[in-house]
Ligand binder design. Structure first.
Ligand SMILES: [Zn+2]
Ligand SMILES: [Zn+2]
Ligand SMILES: [Zn+2]
Length: 157
């Protein structure tokens, strides 16, 4: 689920990673080396990763992190509202960074080759907000995933 910005809240500019370390510390998690590595890798990559992809990327660095540790770290981050999981149709969920200002992206997923294209679109966001207003609903989050064939699979390359 993707949440829009919370109105009237001002936060000092901090990177997502700094914010994540602060929030987890406030929740009583100690900043272990493995968890810190997961947070830093997520921040470096900008999110959009499955636990297995994180494991592969971390394996390329100085210290590999076990998959169980990665799942635990992601669960703690999800619990704290620092990441959200999106279902892009594959076996594994993708984890996205949750930014304080509500900035986020959505995806087009190719159902043939599994490639995913991220996009953000202010007009789409305005349209979603307008739908909520029209229906008199308090819309707090939304999921948007477009499915189809990518340019290459559709033979348009
Ligand atoms: Zn993404
Ligand atoms: Zn494709
Ligand atoms: Zn959106």
């Amino acid at each position: 689920m993707t949440r829009p910005p919370r109105g009237g809240e001002s936060s000092a500019p901090a990177t997502w990673a700094e914010h994540a370390f602060r929030v987890l510390a406030a929740r009583g998690h100690r900043a272990g080396g493995a968890r810190a590595a997961v947070i830093e890798m997520l921040a470096d990559s900008g999110g959009c990763l499955t636990a297995r992809e994180l494991e592969r990327q971390l394996a390329g660095r100085a210290r590999p992190v076990g998959i169980a540790t990665i799942y635990r770290a992601l669960a703690a981050l999800e619990d704290a509202g620092l990441v959200h999981a999106v279902d892009l149709g594959g076996a594994e969920r993708h984890f996205e960074l949750v930014h304080d200002d509500g900035s986020h992206h959505h995806h087009v997923v190719c159902d043939r080759c599994g490639s995913k294209i991220a996009f953000s679109d202010p007009e789409l966001e305005r349209a979603i907000a307008a739908i909520g207003e029209r229906l008199g609903a308090e819309v707090e989050a939304h999921d948007v995933v477009l499915h189809g064939e990518c340019r290459r699979c559709a033979g348009r390359s």
